[in-house]
Design a protein around this ligand. Structure first.
Ligand SMILES: [Zn+2]
Length: 296
């Protein structure tokens, strides 16, 4: 187990335990979520070493997601996925001003995002640490994803856009990937990072049951301030933030399930709606945020 008695972001030893959170997905084990009293950075503590982390991803949700379109839930899932892919693609085109670009997606899972971009004529390489996920992408979509070691062989200053969709919170060494992103991006390249935000209404409402703590798979829990601090340390400056609407509702419904509430769907949709309205007043309280960075 990896214990932090100093803040991994600012080095302060003013650490306190915020919540004891449960691994609802795989093991039912409990992990403390700690916070730095100095910079507010929040992180899972006593989490497993990287070599043992695979066990905590041992769930179907992390690999196949049902690829069948039978049944209402699967149809809705596929529609939402399609809509999310197209809205992410729109954001990339608008923010970069490019009609075609070279992209690198770090943490591709089973590869739907690189595949979507490739089908639209973009050069997009996907990096994925899980061999099972890479094999699945190859088998299902004839899509080749690479392991993280491959990043070292890529040419410096060769990429327009690097994306990390809900992956920075999983990385054991986020700084290593940010440094790699800095090296690989062209001078006017963009780094696009999506992560959950514990400043959201839903995080405050569900407290230790908030689904986006997702211990011990999520190691680091960001807010707009700590994302900005971390990125600045690796020579990136924040250009803009965008709301990711679907996540607000998804996280709220899942949190209601953790709470064992009756009618999790209805209650989750109501909380998601309140959280979304809040985020319209202040984007910094959006449940999941997309950050767009450029190089300093
Ligand atoms: Zn700190």
């Amino acid at each position: 187990m990896l214990n932090h008695n100093k803040c991994p972001l600012c080095g302060s030893d003013e650490i306190f335990v915020l919540y004891e959170c449960e691994d609802f997905l795989v093991t039912g084990e409990k992990f403390p979520v700690s916070r730095c009293g100095s910079c507010n950075f929040t992180f899972t503590n006593n989490f497993p070493e990287e070599k043992d982390s695979v066990h905590y991803y041992d769930s179907d949700e992390y690999i196949s997601h049902s690829d069948t379109e039978k049944g209402l839930i699967n149809r809705v899932y596929h529609l939402v996925r399609k809509w999310m892919l197209s809205s992410k693609f729109r954001i990339l085109k608008k923010e970069s001003g490019l009609k075609k670009a070279s992209a690198l997606d770090i943490g591709s899972g089973t590869g739907y995002f690189p595949l979507y971009l490739q089908k639209r004529g973009w050069a997009c390489l996907g990096i994925e640490i899980s061999k099972d996920a890479r094999d699945y992408a190859q088998r299902k979509n004839d899509l080749t994803l690479q392991s993280p070691d491959y990043i070292e062989d890529l040419e410096s200053g060769s990429i327009d856009i690097i994306t990390m969709w809900h992956t920075l919170e999983h990385f054991y060494h986020p700084g290593k990937y940010l440094d790699a992103a800095f090296r690989l991006l062209k001078e006017n390249g963009l780094l696009v990072i999506a992560v959950p935000n514990h400043w959201s209404y839903d995080a405050k409402k569900y407290r230790e049951l908030w689904a986006a703590w997702d211990v011990p798979r999520h190691l680091w829990h960001y807010n707009p301030e700590t994302v900005r601090m971390l990125a600045a340390r690796h020579h990136f400056k924040l250009r803009s933030m965008k709301r990711l609407p679907f996540d607000t509702f998804y996280v709220s419904i899942l949190s209601e399930k953790h709470k064992k509430s009756s009618l999790p769907l209805v209650r989750g949709l109501i909380t998601g709606f309140i959280s979304w309205m809040n985020s319209l007043l202040s984007i910094r309280t959006t449940s999941s945020l997309l950050y767009i960075f450029s190089k300093y």
